[in-house]
Ligand binder design. Structure first.
Ligand code: MG
Length: 390
């Protein structure tokens, strides 16, 4: 049976692992050798370690777009990561990719985010400009490779290569070269040789974009900063809104919004599945390693990519650069850069494990990056005596 609308086979049964999926038993391994777990595969174990990490718990109090105290129902980094994992698993199951690996990457992909979202990251990057800069993707890797201190035998979570490869979504050439020096032919190599990561990693990238586009519409409308009327300028969303209103003429408000977003997300999922299945047929990779030498295969169709880009541009101009968002953004940047100066001037105001490090600016950046919004706010008030203005 096929669904005429989508021209896809209708099946809820997982197709099983495809040849081109990553296999835990063929993993390129962990940086420190460990015996296998008796009942869990290596990717499941990575996912479990991520869920138990301190950095993961902190995501609940880290900003996605809206600061945590602005409302209880806005997405945080934690709920965003869960939504990426949900979309990722759905796509992975349908494509025969490894769901546990996708879930591990999705749950870890934002672990390196600073407090206060992109404003915090920009401020920290400016502070760190003379000391090698700050990249949140690289910071996510630093968290799982070293900054978590839980295990007796090693720093970090000692995750598999495939999970670490997926976490390092972007990397500057300079940092890729540094990674390559520490770990030859490791997770930095593909940025130097222009290779691709696994399909599981490619899929998480796209699931991330799909998740934030959808939930930022929801949060944007909830906040009152954007309206359904403004969204008429976004064909990708407005087509579904009109479709829903044609079917349910009485529907308005939140249910109309939810149903329009639901249809948009669902069509994006099927678009990715169709486009990716066709790319897989064309290139016919027979192993996960072969995928790394091919062009990116997990993709939107050209039409959906253009629609998604115009939605992103709408959100950038109407929401992320809304005067009210920019107002809190400016304040957040000030908090991060003043914290940085304060710790640099007086390292003893940080906990010992950071204060005693030889690489002081990087130690300060690691400490600040790990903070939740509210901890950073409290620290700022404690060190500067300036009360929180918002
Ligand atoms: Mg994300």
């Amino acid at each position: 049976m096929t669904n005429a609308l989508l021209d896809l086979p209708v099946s809820v049964a997982a197709p099983g692992l495809a040849d081109f999926a990553c296999k835990p038993e063929q993993s390129r391994g962990r940086r420190h050798a460990e015996p296998q777990a008796p009942t869990r595969n290596a990717f499941q174990r990575d996912r479990d370690r991520i869920v138990h990490s301190t950095a993961f718990r902190r995501l609940v109090y880290k900003t996605q777009v809206f600061l945590n105290h602005e409302g209880d129902l806005f997405r945080t980094r934690l709920t965003h990561s869960l939504e990426v994992a949900q979309l990722g698993r759905s796509l992975a199951r349908a494509l025969g990719l490894h769901e546990d690996l996708v879930e591990a990457i999705a749950l870890a992909h934002d672990l390196g985010h600073t407090p206060f979202g992109h404003a915090g990251q920009d401020a920290l990057n400016e502070c760190m400009a003379p000391h090698g800069g700050f990249e949140h993707n690289l910071q996510s890797l630093r968290v799982v490779d070293g900054l978590e201190h839980r295990y007796p035998q090693f720093d970090g979570l000692n995750l598999c290569f495939e999970t670490r490869e997926g976490i390092l979504k972007h990397c500057s050439l300079r940092n890729a070269q540094l990674l390559e020096l520490q770990e030859p032919d490791g997770v930095g190599a593909r940025f130097l040789h222009k290779g691709q990561p696994s399909l599981e990693a490619q899929l998480c990238n796209l699931a991330d974009e799909m998740a934030y586009n959808a939930h930022d519409i929801d949060d944007g409308v909830r906040s009152g900063l954007i309206t359904l009327e403004q969204l008429q300028d976004v064909p990708l969303f407005d087509n579904y809104r009109r479709q829903v209103q044609a079917e349910f003429s009485q529907l308005s408000g939140r249910r109309l919004l939810y149903e329009s977003i639901r249809r948009m997300l669902s069509d994006q999922v099927y678009d990715v599945l169709r486009t990716t299945q066709s790319a897989l047929q064309t290139h016919a990779p027979t192993s996960a390693d072969q995928v790394r030498q091919l062009p990116p295969l997990v993709q939107f169709s050209a039409e959906m990519k253009a629609s998604s880009t115009s939605l992103k541009s709408f959100l950038l101009h109407q929401l992320y650069r809304h005067p009210q968002v920019l107002h809190t953004t400016e304040w957040a940047k000030q908090v991060v850069s003043e914290l940085f100066q304060a710790y640099l001037a007086d390292p003893q105001t940080m906990p010992d494990n950071h204060a005693s490090r030889d690489d002081l600016p990087r130690a300060v950046a690691d400490y600040i990056a790990g903070m939740t919004d509210r901890f950073a706010t409290r620290e700022h008030a404690r060190l500067t005596g300036v009360p929180t203005p918002v």
